[in-house]
Design a binder for this molecule. Structure first.
Ligand SMILES: C[S@@+](CC[C@H](N)C(=O)[O-])C[C@H]1O[C@@H](n2cnc3c(N)ncnc32)[C@H](O)[C@@H]1O
Length: 244
């Protein structure tokens, strides 16, 4: 289902968070986060070091769209916020991005992204820039971005006391408030720039989108995926400028 709703009326359309116990049950951390794992996508194999997020179906909503151009990065300056394993960086390189900023607060994730980009996208020409940063706090000055993607740890319930699980899954809406503020205050988006943000009703979608509106951004729903288990995942396209 694709539709275009934007501005404050979008808030009324968004579902409230699922009941807390359902969110916690749906997001039970896997026991193998501390071990080496393996991820395969588009015929590419990625080794997943300990602590690095193993991409799932929500991640693929962004990965597939980067590769096939529904998230258009060809010739553009692109930042993968919370890049994790680095699949976004590899996909964007193959889609012809001019610059790829692979950003994560977790140094081992940025190292994994750098390694995977070097191994799987060596023949591409876009400039790859690894950045260890807390959101854009630590991002190079003077860079303007055309596209940003973010699959944030937006789950609204604390599903584990393990800091690596929290970092990957459940920091919650305040992280997005800071993300939107930094984008606007640092003037990071080009005038025709766009942010693709993915989050589900295991997060507080209304609060997240209210944060985007409060920062002066214009969010719209790009796509909704119904996983048939109560979870609805929204892909938002967020543009600079006043609300519609
Ligand atoms: C849900 S995972 C997504 C990983 C990858 N983009 C994907 O879709 O497979 C969230 C990522 O955000 C990163 N992250 C969490 N807090 C962050 C922060 N303050 N600044 C930058 N990255 C952060 C985590 O380390 C993790 O890699």
């Amino acid at each position: 289902m694709d539709h275009v709703t934007t501005g404050p009326s979008l808030l009324d359309e968004l579902p409230p968070p699922l009941p807390a116990e359902q969110i916690i049950a749906l997001n039970q951390p896997r026991a193998d986060l501390r071990s080496e794992r393996r991820h395969e996508w588009n015929g590419w194999v990625f080794d997943v070091p300990p602590g690095v997020f193993l991409p799932g179906g929500t991640s693929r909503m962004i990965h597939d769209r980067l590769l096939d151009g529904r998230i258009p990065v060809a010739g553009r300056r692109y930042a993968a916020m919370g890049v994790g394993l680095g699949v976004e960086a590899v996909a964007a390189a193959h889609a012809g991005a001019a610059e790829i900023y692979a950003v994560d607060v977790h140094p081992e994730s940025v190292a994994a992204a750098r390694r995977h980009h070097a191994r799987l996208a060596a023949q591409t020409t876009g400039r790859f820039v690894p950045v260890v940063a807390d959101l854009f706090d630590g991002f190079p000055d003077g860079v303007e971005l055309d596209v940003v993607t973010f699959n944030p740890p937006a789950v609204s319930q604390t599903v584990s006391a393990d800091p690596d699980v929290v970092r990957n899954v459940c920091v919650g809406a305040p992280l997005l408030a800071r993300f939107f503020r930094q984008l606007v205050e640092r003037d990071l988006l080009a005038p025709d720039g766009e942010v693709f943000l993915v989050a589900s009703n295991t997060a507080d979608l209304r609060t997240i989108i209210r944060h985007a509106l409060d920062a002066g951004l214009t969010p719209a729903v790009e796509h909704v995926h119904d996983w048939q288990d109560g979870v609805l995942t929204y892909l938002f396209r967020i543009r600079p400028g006043a609300r519609a």
